[in-house]
Write a protein that binds this ligand. Structure first.
Ligand SMILES: Nc1ncnc2c1ncn2[C@@H]1O[C@H](COP(=O)(O)OP(=O)(O)OP(=O)(O)O)[C@@H](O)[C@H]1O
Length: 234
């Protein structure tokens, strides 16, 4: 459903991505791993329409998104769980979730969507009227995922969802990724926890210094000397 071709991205004169080719099929979980500064966030932000200094194509179901404004990218079935969660701290958990359904076409599904998010993350149901800023880091991550799901995406982009979380919470986040995918949502996952990312995904890409330097099944990448050296530092 997602086809990225020859993608280049810049910050002013500084180029951050070179000739990136990548695809995600319907129903797949695909990982992007790589060292710090490799361009992983730039890549997902470009797909989400948040970074627009790009060349190349980003197509979802054959529609080129490179000139679609960020607030319209959701119309094409794409939602982002941003790095650092970016929840609205002074709004309640409930209102943060409702904001995820900002598109008119997502509103009829709001009640069912809220029920699904509450079943995935019961703690969000318990804390519905609490301010998002008072949640723990793990709960804020759940909220960021829930908010993106309320947009009813077919492709969920996730940028470092396990960053800074306690191991037991990381388990919950990865269980949620499996459950979301079982609901039929494709996932493009950027993760610094390479081993867990490759466990949850069928395939992956290794990004280093703005270029895809390896790709393959998760089993291939797990066994690859290049991945162990360039990503895991072993
Ligand atoms: N706002 C910005 N202005 C200028 N350069 C930037 C900006 N954001 C990122 N960069 C540069 O672009 C390159 C890619 O950064 P990016 O954040 O996409 O990498 P990353 O793989 O997500 O890294 P990390 O894992 O550390 O978040 C880096 O060289 C970074 O310094």
């Amino acid at each position: 459903m997602l086809e990225v071709r020859e993608l280049e991205a810049w910050y002013g004169q500084a180029q951050a991505l070179w000739g990136v080719d990548l695809s995600v099929a319907d129903g797949e979980v695909v990982s992007i791993v790589g060292p710090n500064g490799a361009g992983k966030s730039t890549l997902v932000q470009s797909i989400a329409g948040l970074h627009r200094s790009t060349r190349g194509t980003i197509a979802v179901d054959g529609v080129d998104l490179t000139r679609v404004p960020a607030h319209r990218v959701g119309d094409h079935g794409v939602a982002l769980v941003p790095e650092g969660r970016r929840v609205f701290a002074r709004m309640t958990v409930h209102d943060n979730l409702v904001l995820g359904a900002y598109r008119r076409s997502a509103r009829p599904g709001l009640a069912d969507g809220l029920a699904r998010v509450h079943s995935l993350f019961p703690r969000l149901a318990e804390r519905s009227s609490q301010l998002a800023g008072s949640l723990s880091g793990g709960e804020q991550q759940m909220l960021a995922i829930g908010r993106a799901l309320l947009a009813q995406p077919r492709l969920l982009l996730m940028d470092e969802p396990s960053l800074g979380l306690a191991p037991v919470v990381v388990d919950e986040v990865f269980d949620a990724i499996r459950a979301i995918n079982a609901d039929g949502v494709s996932v493009l996952l950027v993760e610094q926890d390479v081993e867990r990312a490759l466990e949850v995904s069928a395939r992956g890409y290794v990004l280093a210094e703005g270029r895809i330097v390896a790709s393959g099944s998760s089993a291939e990448l797990t066994g690859s000397a290049l991945v162990r050296r360039s990503v895991l530092g072993l």
